[in-house]
Design a protein around this ligand. Structure first.
Ligand code: ATP
Length: 441
């Protein structure tokens, strides 16, 4: 059985991963549940407007005795209703599929990762594949639930161990221990700290039940990292997830100009078509030409290096731009909000300069309105106002630019992961529930 879960969280509390933790914790006590993959934390298109935080959904791939199936389904329904009863701003759904996820479900995941999908599409897919849907309200969460089922993550993937706090407990995490964990586990964990601001990033700031989350390359890496972190409050428990976080899998490579649709996450390769302009707030905008279309790109201040590199672009540079498509406020024009940029080829810049003095080699000075040039070194003069063209190589700006870790999307691949990507096929094997979940059961 594949149990997809989404939209169980609210601004007032709750979190879909925490619900999955509670669910698995109780299910492993009450049923003979076996897992045939790690619980999946599947992030979806970060550019949809109605997400609560990081657009995360969860899938539990479980084996259960056939005589327990109907009780298990009833248990899922009751658990969901009781978890969300005090949250009025969520629209949860659990999707349960028996058997293998079809190619349709995999494509649905790809679409939900990069574009906007409708509830209608999700409902039709669920009907076609005989998916049981548990949705106490309208069920917008079905989109994320089905996408999580379809996310097999056979290629590159990462892991996250999430520690949960008890209701009402403060997030008391020893910051020094987080830095020690960062130094000890480098490069096999990522986005633990923000070196620029000296800030710890593993603890969220909102009212959700997460105490901290540590992301890394393997279950062993994140668990050993977690054992280094000291807290001054007893965590409720931990769960290890396999995830598409930190893999850059959410950019749809544009083939066609028509695919520049609002709220999609895209990547396109083209030539810079207008020199950058700094607008109010210190943000930078410029245009990139792509198959007969000129796409506005905006690099906002928090994007750090991306914005600074955008400022140095000139017309003719070949770039790859990555980000989410939005409408410019108050206009119909679409713009790509940059999340990452690669400068593939920087064109050389041609500058006009005064020539050097033929006698002493010093650069000549213009004589203003009268015309002519003069050397301030040896006194050489000419009535000619001659300029020479100098070609400046700008190769040093070629490279990849990412925002600082504090402003990165969950799905964005940090520099630390470059070269650590998993390329072989993932082998699905049974995972002991005790390896995945820790705490009172
Ligand atoms: P958290 O990260 O704390 O779990 P969240 O940011 O995931 O919160 P949700 O409350 O789950 O936010 O809301 C996201 C909603 O958007 C869900 O109802 C989900 O089904 C839906 N959704 C996810 N991806 C897409 C998409 N590509 N197109 C349309 N709707 C989507």
């Amino acid at each position: 059985m594949h149990v997809g879960i989404d939209d169980t969280d609210s601004w007032d509390g709750g979190c879909t991963t925490h619900f999955a933790f509670e669910l698995l914790r109780e299910a492993s006590r009450r049923f003979n549940v076996r897992l045939f993959d790690y619980p999946l934390l599947t992030r979806l298109n970060p550019n949809i407007p109605w997400k609560t935080r990081g657009n995360g959904s969860v899938c539990l791939r479980v084996k259960i005795r056939s005589e327990e199936i109907s009780d298990f389904a009833r248990f899922l329904e009751l658990k969901l209703k009781s978890y969300v009863q005090d949250f009025y701003d969520c629209d949860p759904a659990i999707a349960v599929l028996r058997g293998r996820p079809s190619d349709d479900l995999r494509s649905f995941y790809e679409k939900a990762l990069t574009r906007l999908v409708t509830l209608r599409e999700a409902l039709e897919l669920a009907r076609r594949h005989d998916v049981k849907v548990i949705a106490p309200r309208v069920g917008m969460g079905l989109i994320g639930s089905l996408a999580a089922i379809g996310s097999l993550m056979c290629g590159d993937h990462t892991y996250e161990v999430i520690a949960y706090r008890r209701p009402g407990a403060k997030r008391l995490v020893d910051e020094d221990s987080v830095w020690r964990m960062e130094f000890t586990t480098w490069p096999y964990t990522f986005n633990n700290v923000d070196p620029e601001k000296g800030r710890v990033l593993i603890t969220p700031r909102g009212g959700d039940p997460v105490l901290y989350g540590i992301r890394g390359e393997s279950p062993e890496a994140v668990l050993s990292a977690s054992s280094i972190v000291k807290t001054y409050c007893e965590p409720l428990g931990f769960m290890v997830f396999r995830s598409n976080q930190g893999t850059d899998c959410h950019y749809l490579e544009l083939r066609d100009a028509q695919d520049v649709q609002p709220y999609s996450s895209i990547m396109l390769r083209g030539e810079v078509a207008s020199n950058p302009t700094v607008i109010r707030g210190g943000h930078v905008i410029f245009k990139v030409a792509f198959k007969g279309l000129e796409v506005w790109c905006a690099a906002y201040r928090p994007s750090g290096e991306v914005k600074r590199a955008a400022q140095k672009l000139v017309v003719g540079d070949v770039v790859e731009v990555y980000g989410g498509v939005r409408r410019f406020p108050g206009s119909d024009a679409l713009s790509l909000n940059l999340e990452k940029m690669a400068v593939l080829r920087a064109s050389s810049q041609v500058l006009e300069k005064n020539p050097r003095c033929p006698t002493c080699g010093k650069t000549l000075k213009s004589l203003g309105r009268k015309g002519g040039l003069k050397c301030t070194g040896c006194g050489f003069r000419t009535h000619l106002s001659y300029k020479i063209e100098v070609k400046l190589g700008r190769g040093e700006i070629e490279g990849i630019y990412l925002p600082p870790s504090r402003s990165m999307r969950h799905l964005a691949k940090p520099f630390r992961r470059y070269g650590l990507e998993k390329t072989g096929a993932y082998e699905f094997t049974e995972v002991d529930v005790r390896r995945v979940i820790a705490g009172e059961r």
